[in-house]
Ligand binder design. Structure first.
Ligand SMILES: [Zn+2]
Length: 104
């Protein structure tokens, strides 16, 4: 399933936070409780590439995932180029594995 890290900035108190959702959606300010803040930025982490000990690991959130991305390792590649081929030319994210523990 799609998975996003949404970035928010509260219009009322200026607090900033991030949250992981299966869609780009509104969230409530954890600081002042102001409702329905829309994300000012979203990072699509449905698929991502993580470098580990010289290998490029390709992860994907499967369609069966529901409450968490439940990432599956779908490929281990020797080069970033090979990892990109696994993603079939789709935009990739080279990131640390996102910390998306069960926040909900
Ligand atoms: Zn606030």
């Amino acid at each position: 399933m799609a998975w996003f890290i949404n970035k928010y900035r509260c219009e009322d108190c200026g607090d900033e936070w991030e949250d992981a959702w299966s869609a780009t959606c509104e969230d409530d300010c954890p600081h002042c409780g102001s409702r329905h803040m829309t994300p000012y930025d979203s990072v699509d982490l449905t698929e991502f590439v993580e470098e580990s000990e010289g290998q490029f690991l390709v992860f994907r959130s499967p369609d069966t995932a529901e409450d968490s991305p439940d990432y599956e390792l779908i490929a281990e590649c020797p080069t970033l180029e090979a990892a990109e081929e696994v993603l079939a030319g789709r935009p990739y994210q080279l990131v640390q594995r996102p910390d998306v523990g069960a926040s909900r």
